[in-house]
Structure formats: structure tokens, C-alpha cells
Design a protein around this ligand. Structure first.
Ligand SMILES: *Cc1c(COP(=O)(O)O)cnc(C)c1O
Length: 449
């Protein structure tokens, strides 16, 4: 759940608004003809680790985290990085080392967050469909907050804590559906009513009271998450206003355990020519609601922290023309980066080595047997030749994590670039790994009856 971008494919041949800004967001620069990431030529890394590969720039990630923290300087704020955006352990460790917490949406992500070394108390568990086993694990770990999304989920938690000691109550949040619409792709708008996320406002106080009368439970946050790729802070502020009102209502009923307003993630980035969400504007918009409630703020950004900091490097395999259209066939497909075909998302594509050949208008397509297997449609792209590489920008969030093995394609390698060095943080999958566990003749040993 929770990603994507609204921009549909542009008018035919539309060029980038400001390619310089996109390159800067990613920590990319051109040195001579070579495109470099963190000072290293992308082609050199590609020659070493192969293609397609995801490259992440640690410096660009740190910069985003710092910018967000600086915008809220002087306020009580905790940033929980949304693990689902990019769950590689090395990326998680980077965030842990900067003092971030982790926002998780599954038991698998709980295991990752703990493997990366996040203290349990810095982990927040969101999600509309947590299983009993996942909830039991989170309770056992004593995580910072389990954000409940329904009365039925609270039923399960109440059963799980029966008989437990009351000295360490399980810390809970209520994920509220504030009924606030956010302008984004319909798959990723999560704060409007009539969708699966969150608890309707009118049920919040009743659930808050149920929690407060149980000595084994403690209500510590109210949370919203309005959607993804939001460029305007206003809807997030509206969500915070709803939370602050609810805090007042709960206090009116004697509930004074709430520690923070969790305003979720969804901070938008530049994929083409958008103005990214400005963290200072966000801080300004949230301040009155934090002040009114007297509570700390929690943020759960994923995309904002990692999206711009990653590129997918892919090699050109063929060029062809058909039906009056031109195609650039590359070795990355929809299984490697699904956002273009799933959300009609726009990803800028640049050459890794400047060529004198100019540009063409073409569809950039992958090898997967689907007409929907494209990375760009009717796009002005460099006039690349087979064997040359392209860098797909903005691939740091919801890239590798959404990759699949469709067509029995091993998932790409992942590489972290930091301080003039690079390291493989996940080797390319092998076909043998993909077949592991499969049974060719499941009934071979059965005797016929
Ligand atoms: C997906 C999600 C996030 C992160 O969303 P981004 O758009 O990547 O910032 C934060 N909180 C919750 C509850 C989510 O589901």
C-alpha cells in the first residue's frame, strides 16, 4: 500500500523541467562525460556489479534526514522512517545511526528493523491487517506503539494481553481516518472516508476509553497518514488539527496518557518538475496543532528520505521501430521497477555517459512479456545505443521493495555509495535461489492404490 505518484505520462516528447534539480536531489553530477553518484562513475559501478542494479547515495539520504530535522529544530519531534519505502538492512542501519525510529507494516519489517538494530521502543507498527501472530510479536517486543486501525484489532490485542503483567502496559496508538482528501493518485490516497485505512473520527473516543480502562494497555499516540507524494502541507496540517481536537476530547474524558501526535508520512519529492514538499512549510503548518495539544510530533516519511537518493541503472539491449514508434529495449523491466506501469508514475531517465548523438522520442521498455512493461512512454530520451547505460532517477523508494520475480527474473543487485566508496548491500538474485524449495515431482514416491 501507500505509494505512487499522480503524474501521468507527459505530452509526447516532453523534456524534463529542470534536470539539474533532479540530479542534485539524487547527489548526481556530471564530470566530463560521465554521470557520477557520490563521486563515482555510474558506468564503473555498473561494469562491476552488472545491470540492472539499484544504487543508493548515503549522502543524499543523510541530507534529507537532516533537512527535515532542521525544519523542526526546537520542537519535540521523532522521525520514524517508513521501512516499506526501502527495506534494505544497510539503509535501515543508516537511519538507526542518525537517531531515527522505524515505522513498520508487517512482522517481516519488524524482523528487519530489529536486525538493523533499532531499539524496540523506537518502532511503530501501522497497517490495516496485522495478524494475531504479528501483534503477539510486537507486544512481546514491547515496541513504541502499535497503531490500531479497527475495533476488531483492539479485540485481538485485548485477548493477547490477558494475564500479562500490568507493569509494562502495551503502548498503543489509534490511527484515525480524518476524512481529509489529499490530492494524489487514488491508489495512494489513504485519508479520505470510504477507504480501508484508519478509524472513523466518531469512534475514536470510545476506543480510547476502552484502552484507558485496561491497565495492560496505554494509549500513547493518535495517528493519521493521509497518502503519499503530497506536495502541499495543508492536508497534513488538517489531519493534525483533527488529532489535536481528539486529544482535547479524550482529555475531557480523563485520558491524559497521550504523548505525541503522529502525522504520518507522505511527504512528496520531485520526480519531474514538481516543487517538493518544503519541510519548513510543513513545520510551520503543524506548529499550531502541536502547540495547542502540548504534545510531541511524530513523522513517518519514507519516500521523502530515500526516493530521490536512488537510481536504477539499466543497460540498453536493442533499439527498434514498429508501427511508427521507436523503442529502446533495456534490461530492466516492470518486475524491477513497477511504478511506471502500476501508478503511471513518471521517472526521469538520463544517460550515464553524455553522447554527441542528441535525443529521440521513444518508449523505454523492458524484456517482460507484457505490453504494460514500460519505464517511459513517448519520452524524449538520449539517443542511446546497445551496450550503453541509462539511469532511471527517483528509484530509491518503492523500487527494489516492489520488485518481483515475474518471468523468473532475479531481482536486481543493490549498492550503497558512501564517502567515495561503494558496497554491494544485496547481491543480484540467482535463478537457483528462485527455484529453491520448488518440488518437481511431488507425488513421485506415492504408491498407486
Ligand atoms: C506508507 C506509509 C508511510 C510512508 O509513506 P511515504 O509516502 O513513503 O512517506 C508512513 N506511514 C504509514 C502508516 C504508511 O502506510
Amino acid at each position: 500500500m501507500g505509494e505512487g505518484i499522480l503524474s501521468l505520462e507527459p505530452v509526447v516528447g516532453a523534456a524534463l523541467g529542470d534536470p539539474g534539480a533532479l540530479l542534485r536531489d539524487a547527489g548526481l553530477e556530471r564530470a566530463g562525460d560521465a554521470l557520477r553518484i557520490g563521486g563515482i562513475a555510474i558506468d564503473a559501478i555498473a561494469a562491476d556489479v552488472g545491470t540492472p542494479s539499484y544504487l543508493y547515495h548515503a549522502g543524499a539520504i543523510r541530507q534529507r534526514f537532516q533537512a527535515l530535522g532542521d525544519a523542526f529544530a526546537g520542537r519535540r519531534i521523532k522521525i520514524h522512517y517508513a521501512v516499506k519505502a526501502n527495506a534494505n538492512l544497510a539503509i535501515l542501519r543508516l537511519f538507526r545511526d542518525m537517531g531515527a525510529g522505524a515505522d513498520i507494516v508487517s512482522g517481516g519489517e519488524l524482523a528487519r528493523a530489529r536486525a538493523a538494530g533499532f531499539p524496540n521502543s523506537d518502532i511503530v507498527f501501522s497497517g490495516v491487517g496485522k495478524t494475531t501472530v504479528e501483534l503477539a510479536e510486537a507486544i512481546e517486543a514491547g515496541i513504541g506503539s502499535i497503531n490500531i486501525e479497527s475495533a476488531e484489532e483492539l479485540d485481538v490485542i485485548e485477548r493477547l494481553v490477558e494475564g500479562r503483567s500490568v507493569t509494562a502496559p502495551v503502548r498503543l496508538g489509534l490511527r484515525v481516518n480524518p476524512g481529509v482528501g489529499a490530492e494524489t493518485h487514488p491508489y495512494i490516497a489513504t485519508g479520505v472516508s470510504g477507504i480501508k485505512f484508519g478509524i472513523p473520527v466518531e469512534l475514536v473516543t470510545a476506543l480510547g476509553q476502552r484502552i484507558s480502562v485496561n491497565p495492560r494497555l496505554r494509549l500513547v499516540t493518535l495517528a493519521v497518514h493521509l497518502g503519499s507524494q503530497l506536495l502541499d502541507p495543508e492536508p497534513i496540517a488538517q489531519g493534525a488539527a483533527v488529532l489535536a481536537d481528539l486529544v482535547q476530547a479524550l482529555r475531557g474524558r480523563g485520558i491524559r496518557t497521550i504523548e505525541a501526535l503522529d502525522v504520518g508520512g507522505g511527504l512528496g519529492i520531485r520526480y519531474r518538475d514538481e516543487t517538493p514538499l518544503d519541510p519548513v512549510a510543513l513545520a510551520t503548518a503543524l506548529a499550531p496543532h502541536a502547540d495547542r495539544s502540548g504534545l510531541a510530533l511524530h513523522l513517518e516519511p519514507g519516500r521523502y528520505l530515500v526516493g530521490s537518493a536512488g537510481v536504477l541503472v539499466t543497460k540498453v539491449l536493442y533499439r527498434k521501430s514498429s508501427g511508427g514508434k521507436r523503442f529502446v529495449v533495456v534490461d530492466a523491466g516492470m518486475n524491477d521497477l513497477v511504478r511506471p506501469s502500476h501508478y503511471q508514475a513518471y521517472h526521469a531517465i538520463v544517460e550515464t555517459r553524455r553522447s554527441p548523438r542528441g535525443t529521440i522520442v521513444a518508449d523505454v521498455v523492458g524484456p517482460v512479456c507484457e505490453t504494460g512493461d514500460f519505464l517511459a512512454l513517448d519520452r524524449l530520451v538520449p539517443d542511446v545505443q546497445p551496450g550503453e547505460n541509462l539511469a532511471i532517477l527517483g528509484a530509491g523508494a518503492y523500487g527494489f521493495v516492489m520488485a518481483s520475480n515475474y518471468n523468473t527474473r532475479p531481482r536486481p543487485a543493490e549498492v550503497l555509495v558512501d564517502r567515495g566508496r561503494y558496497a554491494l548491500i544485496r547481491p543480484r538474485e540467482t535463478v537457483a535461489q528462485l527455484m529453491a524449495g520448488e518440488v518437481v515431482e511431488p507425488f513421485a514416491r506415492e504408491t498407486p492404490s
